[in-house]
Design a protein around this ligand. Structure first.
Ligand code: PLP
Length: 350
């Protein structure tokens, strides 16, 4: 083992009724933390979950040099703990760090930290079918200095929190044609904090109008669908699963990637391409059955029932025989060990 992670265990806290608590409110007992200083990662350790001490000059607080990931662990049929697609999440973390001029976390350090933390807090992984442990690896620029610069010091941490169903009901979304999430050449493809802060205002405006979420469109002409909140946008129209191609302005979603692979395996026609909002409106106008859904780690598959395009609201199909539910079950079965993991997506902790 290249990195010697010290562990300071915490007296086990009783796992309370985590199901009734909003997503992300309750941390597990432990967290991982390592410091980047003098060009290397130092003192990797697992400690009881605790507050940080940070200089008010810390660069992350002023210039947004922060990157995060979000993945989930599940209890398998045989009782083992499975971190789903840890490798792909790690690779995306590396890409985001690169885009934000932040130091890479070596694969060995990442894997070892994840493994040991999950082992220690394994009793926090919910066993219910709709439960999982949400894992949040993240990095912040911790160097205390108020000048605008790339930081020389960072903290890499991992925290976890039990998670259940994200949205209780099918969504009502608005196709956003005024505000923009990301433009060509920007940071849209990176999972950096600023992308989310910048999305709050338009999303709050949409919520005031009675929507759950916005469906972003491209920055140039607001012509093509991008993604939604913390989910990739997917459609199932005329027996074809359609999703925007990875153009650099949307996140390379792990759920998106998994669903596309499963669909292709089943012989479902898949198209990764631009989806025009006029094309979408035309399909609805023609009476075509349209399934629309968000795909992401937190919500898994979030059915969209109502889509408002340029002020006109359309009804998408959310019936029990919808293709999206079939794909969701296929994904569920792999993650829980109920179907073979032919893609090597599961990382078994113990
Ligand atoms: C902006 C954005 N798009 C899409 C996704 C879906 O990605 P994933 O399936 O990897 O969670 C997320 C969530 O991470 C996100 O934040």
């Amino acid at each position: 083992m290249e990195y010697n992670i010290s562990i300071l265990p915490q007296a086990e806290r009783a796992v309370t009724d985590t199901k009734s608590i909003p997503f992300g409110k309750i941390p597990t007992e432990h967290m991982f933390i390592a410091e980047y200083k003098d060009g290397k990662w130092q003192q990797p350790r697992i400690v009881p979950f605790q507050d940080l001490t940070l200089s008010p000059l810390a660069l992350c607080l002023h210039y947004g040099q922060t990157v995060f990931e979000g993945m989930k662990a599940f209890v398998m049929e045989d009782g083992t703990i499975n971190i789903f697609r840890m490798q792909k999440h790690y690779e995306r973390f590396c890409k985001s760090l690169d885009r934000m001029c932040m130091p890479q976390v070596p694969q060995t350090l990442f894997n070892e930290a994840m493994h040991q933390l999950l082992q220690l807090d394994s009793s926090w992984v919910p066993t219910e079918p709709d439960g999982s442990l949400y894992i949040r690896p993240f990095m912040i620029a911790s160097e205390g200095r108020i000048g605008v610069k790339v930081a020389d010091e960072y903290l890499f941490m991992i925290v976890c929190s039990p998670a259940y169903q994200y949205y209780a009901n099918p969504l009502k979304v608005k196709v956003e044609t005024q505000f923009v999430r990301a433009a060509d050449g920007g940071t849209g493809g990176a999972k950096c904090g600023g992308n989310y802060g910048g999305a709050f205002y338009p999303t709050e405006m949409a919520k005031k109008e009675g929507f759950d979420q916005v469906l972003w469109t491209d920055a140039k002409n607001h012509e093509f669908i991008e993604e939604s909140g913390t989910m990739n946008a997917m459609f199932y129209i005329n027996n074809t699963l359609i999703t925007p191609a990875l153009s650099g302005t949307i996140l390379d979603g792990v759920t998106r990637d998994s669903l596309l692979a499963l669909a292709r395996e089943e012989g479902i026609k898949v198209e990764e391409r631009q989806i025009g909002i006029t094309e979408l409106a035309a399909a609805f106008e023609a009476g075509t059955r349209v399934e629309a859904f968000g795909a992401g780690t937190a919500a898994v598959i979030a059915p969209i029932e109502f889509i408002t395009i340029n002020g006109k609201t359309y009804n998408a199909y959310v019936g029990a025989d919808a293709m999206m539910y079939h794909l969701k079950t296929a994904l569920f079965n792999i993650r829980r060990g109920l179907a073979p993991d032919t893609h090597n997506w599961n990382y078994i902790v113990k």
